[in-house]
Design a protein around this ligand. Structure first.
Ligand SMILES: [Zn+2]
Ligand SMILES: [Zn+2]
Length: 441
């Protein structure tokens, strides 16, 4: 759209909404009262990922459209219905990333991140974009923590990735989740399975929904993901992959299972847990939260040994998982009410003739000492300042009054107990820096 059109469109929108420009539906603001939860969630993730040797990568939120078409796959809902795709001023087709794996694999190949070691552990945290139907309750901008172990085919990597996700969910306080595990075979054994699967569905074609008729031609395995009741009933009785696994795939799954057994991580082998795309191979897994009802998958992932080649690179066996941060926060909110934030820091108040200069110098010094500190920037009364200090949950206040200052003294007030005492101004910094936050002066 040309910029003039954009302005015209904008003014039309403004008219519709009575001059107030609102945010986009499905792309919520994360307000100051909520950001603490997000920061805490991500801090735990960074800590755990660091312990397992994962390093953060930050890729742009937009890429060439082709990357996602090839990396996610034609015929998928994401590519066909949900991508935010636009032409830039140079006429190139770009897309806001709908997921992270393709971007991460592009960056891995482009910067030869695998040069130092055959196994490279990467993670990415950030917003993803999909044009979801608003009534589905999903977000158009949502956030993921994406974790990928790139470059190694061994089952020990699979087991460690599953153990990492298990550890992470536990660290967040989501201990009650169930692990479902499956193998979806590889290039050697999946064709035979697919044939049997398609033959089964061809016989029941008339009972499938219109979408599944298309899937039957384009990508039959995706019929297993269909939410339509009739399709689900048919899928539930379809032949499953395990019976068709080749020896190598069977061995791989056996090793992953025995390693998880050794780690005492409980799982259920779910023969119907599949990934619809051809580049997915072998291990696939999902953690479910039974407390969440129907849409109860908390996080899931799997091996995708064929993706790098799909993107034009050399074979790069890899696996990983993605976690929706909104989903985790919803799960946590369903469990427990968050505690009220503790009182912290110091509010520097002034009375009467005392100028802001002294208060500002003192406040700045306290901040440099590592304290959370504030002062009144708006010339309010002492009463107004104390009200603000309470509202902002300060643990102490330091009151600068002209009479006390003439004696070199200031008043230290404990906002929790209300107790006050005079202390020498010269000692105020040291005194405040050493005060325990929860104890009474
Ligand atoms: Zn269907
Ligand atoms: Zn196989």
């Amino acid at each position: 759209m040309r910029i003039e059109e954009w302005f015209r469109e904008g003014s039309r929108n403004r008219e519709r909404q009575g001059n107030v420009i609102k945010g986009i539906r499905g792309a919520p603001d994360i307000l100051p009262d909520e950001t603490g939860k997000w920061q805490a969630l991500e801090a735990v993730a960074r800590d755990i990922l660091d312990r397992y040797g994962y390093r953060e990568i930050r890729t742009p939120i937009f890429e060439r459209t082709e990357l996602f078409v090839r990396g996610i796959g034609e015929g998928t809902d994401i590519v066909e219905k949900e991508m935010y795709t636009f032409e830039d001023r140079g006429g190139e087709s770009l897309t806001l990333r709908p997921e992270a794996t393709a971007s991460l694999m592009r960056a891995y190949a482009e910067h030869t991140l695998g040069a130092k070691s055959s196994l490279t552990k990467l993670y990415l945290i950030g917003p993803m974009f999909r044009h979801e139907r608003p009534q589905s309750g999903r977000f158009r901008q949502f956030h993921q923590i994406d974790v990928e172990a790139v470059g190694s085919p061994g089952p020990a990597v699979d087991a460690e990735v599953v153990a990492l996700l298990h550890h992470l969910l536990e660290a967040w306080g989501l201990g009650g989740v169930e692990l479902h595990l499956n193998s979806i075979g590889d290039r050697a054994c999946r064709p035979a399975y697919r044939e049997a699967f398609v033959a089964y569905l061809q016989d029941r074609r008339d009972a499938l929904c219109p979408d599944c008729h298309l899937r039957l031609v384009k990508n039959p395995l995706r019929i297993l993901d269909c939410k339509v009741e009739g399709c689900r009933q048919i899928a539930a009785k379809a032949p499953t992959i395990p019976g068709y696994l080749c020896e190598a795939c069977r061995e791989h799954l056996g090793k992953v299972r025995s390693l998880l057994d050794g780690l005492k991580i409980a799982y259920t082998v779910n023969e119907r847990l599949v990934r619809g795309l051809d580049y997915y191979t072998r291990t696939t897994f999902e953690f479910l939260n039974p407390a969440l009802g129907a849409q109860n998958a908390v996080a899931g992932g799997g091996r995708y040994d064929g993706l790098a080649e799909e993107l034009g690179g050399p074979p790069t066996p890899s696996l990983g998982f993605a976690i929706g941060e909104e989903r985790i926060l919803t799960s946590l909110a369903a469990q427990a009410a968050p505690a009220e934030a503790p009182l912290t820091g110091v509010y520097v108040a002034t009375v009467g003739e005392v100028g802001i200069e002294l208060a500002m110098t003192l406040t700045q010094r306290l901040r440099r000492r590592g304290l959370c500190a504030a002062l009144d920037l708006e010339g309010r009364s002492l009463k107004g300042q104390m009200r603000q200090a309470n509202k902002d949950r300060f643990r102490y206040s330091l009151i600068l009054g002209s009479e006390e200052l003439s004696r070199g003294q200031v008043t230290l007030k404990d906002m929790l107990s209300g107790a006050q005492q005079e202390i020498p101004l010269a000692e105020a910094d040291d005194r405040l820096a050493s005060l325990p936050e929860r104890e009474i002066v």
